[in-house]
Design a protein around this ligand. Structure first.
Ligand SMILES: [Zn+2]
Ligand SMILES: [Zn+2]
Length: 347
């Protein structure tokens, strides 16, 4: 008899996910079968389900790209992992490995990359397949629920920080203290940076303060760029995790000369354009960079910080059957931190 697993499946864009019993997949050459323990629910999953991006995801789709679990079976040709190893599967399911970007440490922008829970089946299931070469290694002592959000939210903010080039002792402005922002503050502190937090909500600024931010600016009460210039003489670097386009514009003006801002958040949908000062960028020799998820090296480093307890995502557990309700909460902006799906206790 064929072995089956529970999975949350999208059959039609914009429809609810359906919890189904489907066959456990077989790992192909170079792949491993993973018994999923936990999978974070990222906003990108909702974008996938609602068909917000082109190209559309491959249907039927099992979403989920913050999966953690253990290797249950090796496909042919796998010698880098063994059964029982604890691993995590990020958004970057695979990259080609031989294009100019892959060869230059920029596999995050490989044009032939596949995306977990989008072009390939993801972690909203009891089992999933992933290429052995692209999974993240997780120490055995780690909490697989707390670690799940590191696979996307964690590595994404971590790479964004790295791409600012900020060094220990320098000031970093974190613009937007939400799901990504509260993690950015922690990575920044762990890396020896000084943090100025910018948000429009006092409770989020309070969270930033409790995580080690030294300067808090409420962009509702004052011009945040002016405030950062006045209070700390401008930031050496900034990361933007907000979704309001205004925040992306303001972040440029928060920099001190020679500063770098890294854009991590995506406004999504209609408003994707910004206006900024060319003379500020030219005269101040400012850099504006984009940052898209993370390489395998970024992922390993991001996991190491979290596994040491230096970075902790705020999480809440939910069973797989609750996924449509979780999406509803997400649509209403009601989720604080990350919801992580519990895929069972294993075999
Ligand atoms: Zn994500
Ligand atoms: Zn490539």
């Amino acid at each position: 008899m064929m072995k089956t697993m529970k999975a949350a499946v999208l059959h039609k864009i914009g429809h609810p996910l359906v919890i189904e019993d489907i066959p456990v997949p077989e790992p192909g050459y170079g792949d491993v079968l993973i018994k999923v323990r936990a999978c974070g629910v990222c906003h990108s999953d909702l974008h996938a389900v609602e068909g917000d991006w082109t190209p559309l995801p491959n249907l039927p789709l099992i979403p989920g790209h913050e999966a953690t679990g253990h290797v249950a079976k090796l496909g042919p040709g796998v010698d880098s992992l063994k059964v029982g190893d604890i691993v995590g599967v990020p958004w970057m399911y695979s990259a080609c490995g031989h294009c100019e970007f892959c060869l230059s440490g920029m596999e995050t922008i490989c044009k032939s990359a596949e995306a977990t829970g989008y072009s390939k089946p993801g972690g909203y299931a009891e089992y999933m397949i992933a290429p052995a070469a692209f999974v993240g290694r997780i120490p055995e002592t780690a909490d697989l629920f707390e670690l799940a959000p590191i696979l996307c939210a964690g590595v994404t903010t971590y790479r964004g920080l790295k791409r600012t080039g900020a060094r220990p002792g320098q000031w970093l402005a974190v613009v937007g203290i939400g799901g990504l922002g509260h993690i950015a503050v922690q990575y920044a502190r762990a890396m020896g940076l000084r943090v100025a937090a910018v948000d429009v909500a006092d409770d989020k600024l309070e969270l930033a303060r409790s995580l080690g931010a030294e300067v808090m600016v409420n962009a509702k009460d004052e011009d945040p760029a002016q405030a950062i210039q006045t209070k700390i003489g401008g930031a050496h670097a900034a990361v933007v995790t907000a979704i309001a386009t205004r925040a992306f514009e303001q972040a440029v003006m928060m920099l001190r000369p020679a500063g770098t801002v890294s854009y991590i958040g995506l406004p999504g949908g209609k408003s994707d354009e910004i206006r900024t000062s060319i003379s500020a960028i030219v005269n101040g020799e400012l850099s504006v960079r984009g940052s898209n998820v993370g390489t395998r090296l970024d992922l390993g480093e991001a996991i190491a910080f979290a596994a040491k307890g230096l970075v902790t995502a705020k999480i809440r557990k939910a069973p797989l059957i609750a996924i449509n309700a979780v999406f509803d909460e997400m649509r209403q902006g009601k989720i604080v931190g990350r919801v992580v799906l519990d895929l069972g206790t294993g075999e």
